[in-house]
Design a protein around this ligand. Sequence first.
Ligand code: XLS
Ligand code: NI
Ligand code: NI
Length: 449
Amino acid sequence: MADYYVGEKEYFPKITKIKYEGPKSDNPLAFKYYDAEKKVGKKKMKDHLRFAIAYWHSFCADGTDPFGSATHAHPWIADAKTPMEAAGHKMDAAFEFITKLGAEFYCFHDRDMAPEGASPFESEKNLFAMVARAKKLQKAAGVKLLWGTSNLFSHPRYMNGAATNPEFGVVALAAAQVKAAIDATIELGGLGYTFWGGREGYMSLINTDLKKEKDHLACFLSIACDYARKQGFKGTFYIEPKPMEPTKHQYDFDTETVIGFLRHYGLDKDFRLNIEANHAELAGHEFAHELETAAAAGLFGSVDANRGDAQNGWDTDQFPNSYYETALAMYAILKAGGFTTGGLNFDAKIRRNSIDPADLFIAHIGGMDAFAAGLEIAQRIINDGRIPGFVKKRYVSFNTGNGAKFDKGELSLEQLAKIGFDAGYGKTGITSGKQEYLENILNQYLLGL
Ligand code: XLS
Ligand code: NI
Ligand code: NI
């Protein structure tokens, strides 16, 4: 029996199950580092990494860019007579791809899975017809839903925002969409539901009531959450920060901004962060910075695994390939205790000119290998102990005596200042940060794969 799903028609006939062949393999369609069952620390690789495939990039995006038309001729669309038939074929292709690759999860937007109809009712009907099919395929293929979401940015009605739209009528239409997408996520056993506010921001302050829009966004999120809980949803809500694109400024600018927003509006009990590497870069942060910031607030949730381009200022959504970056990301994730409901969702697309059917596999294999290697390096950092040990030692003066009192918030400024006056200048503060030493250790792990 094949260990992958194939529907009525096989869409990737030249490709079978992708296997682990090890770092010396020259087979482009084999894993070099990702060995699903291999134990790293206490868990198997697959349980640490929880890979998810992004429905939109992998099965919907067709290579269109602002300067040119589609370059990816998807066979699952070409052979269909109606949009709903195309959606069905696309779903078959998706589950074939996901299972041949050996990923356990996927993520989708409502409109990736089913086309919009002529009314909100028809759109919901389309979605639920596809959800019924997805439910069967998930079961047959052993694939789970990491999170669902709603596309509140593509349709022209959302050009001024969805939850933050200045017209109430649009906010209500966004609610109709989100309600159906939450129902779909619950029906499919989704572990999470994501809000990425692509158009929840502004193009110019001159036509915007910023406070009103932020209040509306919070209100929308809060009633969406109430609804889902009432329907029995036990999963996690995620906010995915991004500073800009498509709007000039998005309210979910970066992790720190979202943490402040969630706490201000009392949403931090239900919401966690879904952190995307490329968005971190656009906000002027390292990927690991965003992960550590979320973890420090106890709000780390999930990851959109991709990479940007240092020379470009937009969301290029390329597949992750820097072991340095994945190692530091996995180190941050392991320190945060690993994933619970979250995982690594490849919010990444192949390039416009990558037109061989195998390219989609090769891209994901590279991304999975990059995170598997990153995981191994991160575990090595922890096992070897030199880097975490150094950091621990750096703060040792807060472990006892007055340092410990300050750490617990037990000293007033007068008491603290008196300690300073009494101690005098002496040699305090003249200790090396040893950054280069630590960076060299990291490189040693990276090359010692
Ligand atoms: C776009 C976002 C989007 C979300 C899901 O930049 O990354 O793909 O992940 O709506
Ligand atoms: Ni994303
Ligand atoms: Ni993105």
